[in-house]
Ligand binder design. Structure first.
Ligand code: GTR
Length: 433
């Protein structure tokens, strides 16, 4: 009887603890005064306590940090596949009233007797007549949503259902043409002398938890999927891998200046752009738009979306080990300022939005700020300010930050900043409109 009673009390206590920890998880903090005290790991200290003093020592340290992110956050990143080919399915020189050449390239990848493909949509300005810099970014709903042009192939991959756009059974429809065009000012980008490349992220890996059975995951060797190690390449890793395959195509297209490739992404695709920039140094500029938790925001601040919350809502985005840090952020061997530092010495800019507190704008600013010692070691100038800038006042040198008014989105204002940032860093010499 006594044991029964003890058991009953323990079950009750356990249930209470569980529900109070859940409550904690489901009440995000939006108050600066409630941000816990935290100490960030120093990117310039080796595990044995030695200081990183030179660029070549940084190279050694950089590898360690990259590995920490692989093992604890995003999972191991597979390399180029055994087989890859580029099938040009469309090449329309007079597209968009003669402004651009529109291309569609099917990227075929093959490994371990498994095949997969995804389509890269590419707009190249017809002027200037020389190789141009390019922005590459994944899109959320299919290449056809980026611009209403009828030549763009509608994706036949899995998409999220959406009554407003008549999407049922996860199949995109004609109604989705141009549905996300406010995020992609294609004509403006072309006018400014840049090419734009995009891939639908769902063609690389559909965004739902399926145990990594679909998309490009079947191509990966067991060592990248093996959850015993807990550092499995999850969905953000897969999407970033797809961006690198996009870069494989772009760097051999003669219309593209392959020393001027910028990678960008919004929200979960901003997290992905950062991971791609860290793992693939062919990306010459890295742009994070409202990437938040697991992106530019410092995890230790636990402001808005937290590690526990994101792992709970999206268990397939990060590797298994990342779940160890649910409500345990201080145990992380890294924080996101170290991800920013992995871009050094390349230019990186993070953008937040005033109403997007879920993504913790201040945490995004601070991770850019705390990447500075690495950039300085490599002789680069960082943010020209110590404190967060006011709304709509971009601040940048090689690293940059902006918080604009409005909500969680990628819009024309963001693009103007990214175009200016790229102009400056790519030393663009031709006149812009
Ligand atoms: C939210 C998620 C964010 C962000 C966003 C998005 O639901 O909590 O981390 O990634 O989705 O990608 O739209």
């Amino acid at each position: 009887m006594k044991t029964m009673k003890t058991l009953f009390v323990s079950v009750l206590a356990f249930t209470f603890l569980l529900s109070s920890s859940r409550a904690q998880e489901f009440e995000p903090n939006y108050e600066e005064s409630k941000v816990p005290d935290y100490e960030l790991p120093d990117p310039l200290i080796f595990p044995d306590g030695e200081k990183v003093n030179t660029p070549s020592e940084w190279e050694k340290r950089r590898k360690q940090i990259l590995q920490l992110f692989e093992n604890h956050v995003y999972g191991k990143m597979p390399g180029k596949p055994e087989g890859m080919s580029f099938e040009e399915r469309k090449n329309i020189p007079g597209a968009l009233d003669g402004l651009a050449t529109l291309k569609e390239i099917r990227i075929h990848v093959e490994q371990n007797n498994q095949k997969h493909h995804f389509d890269l949509l590419l707009f190249i300005p017809n002027e200037p007549k020389k190789p141009v810099p390019v922005f590459l970014g994944l899109n959320f709903d299919g290449n056809q949503t980026v611009h209403p042009n009828k030549n763009i192939t509608i994706t036949d991959a899995w998409v999220s259902n959406d009554d407003d756009y008549n999407i049922h059974n996860h199949q995109a429809t004609e109604a989705t043409r141009g549905m996300k065009q406010t995020r992609w000012p294609v004509e403006r980008i072309l006018d400014r002398g840049y090419a734009l490349a995009t891939i639908y992220y769902g063609e690389i890996d559909p965004d739902y938890d399926d145990g990594y059975k679909n998309g490009i995951h079947p191509l990966f060797d067991q060592e990248y999927l093996d959850t015993d190690e807990g550092n499995n390449c999850a969905s953000i890793g897969a999407w970033a891998w797809g961006l690198s395959r996009g870069a494989d195509y772009l760097e051999q297209d003669p219309a593209i200046d392959n020393e001027k490739m910028a990678v960008l992404g919004h929200s979960r695709l901003g997290k992905t752009a950062l991971w791609a920039g860290a793992t693939d140094q062919r990306f010459d500029i890295v742009i994070s738009n409202c990437s938040g938790c697991g992106g530019a925001a410092l995890s230790r601040r636990q402001f808005g979306e937290t590690v526990g919350r994101i792992n709970n809502s999206f268990p397939h985005w990060f590797c298994e080990n990342f779940k160890k840090y649910n409500q345990n952020e201080e145990a992380l061997p890294v924080d996101q300022h170290m991800l920013m530092a992995l871009m050094a010495p390349r230019p990186v800019i993070a953008a937040s939005a005033e109403e997007d507190q879920w993504a913790d704008p201040k945490g995004e600013f601070l991770s850019v700020k705390h990447a500075a010692p690495v950039y300085k070691l490599l002789g680069k100038k960082c943010l020209p300010v110590e404190e967060m800038p006011v709304i709509n006042r971009p601040v940048y040198n090689t690293t940059g930050y902006v918080i604009r008014d409005g909500g969680h989105d990628l819009n024309n204002y963001n693009w103007e900043i990214y175009l200016n940032f790229a102009d400056e860093h790519f030393n663009k010499t031709w006149p812009t409109k």
